[in-house]
Ligand binder design. Sequence first.
Ligand code: SF4
Length: 297
Amino acid sequence: MIQLNTFEEVLKEAGTQNKKLYEICQEHEAEILETSVEKVREKVQINLNAMKDAIFSGLKSKEKSMSGLCGDDCAKLIEKYKSGKIFFSETYQKVLLYSFATIEQNLRMGKIVACPTAGSCAIVPSVIVAMSEAANANEEIQINALITAGLIGEIVSNKLALAGAVAGCQSECGVASAMAAAALVEIYNGTNDQILQAAALTLKNIMGLVCDPVAGLVEVPCVKRNAFLAIYAITGAELAMAGINSVIPIDEIVDAMKQVGELMSPTLKESSEAGLATTKTGLEIAQALIQKWNAGS
Ligand code: SF4
């Protein structure tokens, strides 16, 4: 069986077999699950469809989350775009819109694809779907991109737990952003090396991101962080496709992220004991929510 323990191994294997990374990944998955590559791709298609359902349902809703903190940012963006005030391109708008649409569905307890986690569920779908629309990439290409994203997440997770409670947000939104960057390079048919460079550049520059959710809810800063890191992924892909490489190899970056996660104070790992959670406003929000919920409203 092919071993996919490190990025170096998978890149070497793909080179030996003259295949794209997604091909190596789907064959590996088929072998593990004792099924066919076609069946693996059918499952990926189901996830891709669920991602699109979350985006297009989220675009139509203004319903707030139970806390009342979030839920109408997507609608605000839609209104802004109607005014014609556009900073960048229509594609940029779509990435942001699709990100807010997806993460707000998560807050409403709608169906999303944890990619790699629920808190970071909007980054990969918003980049794959919006950028595929821009590139006229068909379903087959989108599936290839999603498998590529999955490969990045899988190999990182061999060393680094993908959980804010273990390694901070670098391991949730940070890894999602790297997955999306890699997927975007695949959409534009970049090389295997460019795919890993995109992931490396993105991971390297998100290292150390803490997990400090206000009131312990996956809302503030998580919602807006998904949108920011979706855009960030595009930067990673753009640089890699221009031949700009990470000086530090991706496997070493993951090792460094693990070290940083271990050095990170437990107060900054989803415990809401520091960072934004303990700002004056963060504490006031938490207190108000406790009172509201104790009162049964
Ligand atoms: S801040 Fe924490 S809870 Fe929010 S998305 Fe990041 S890791 Fe998840």
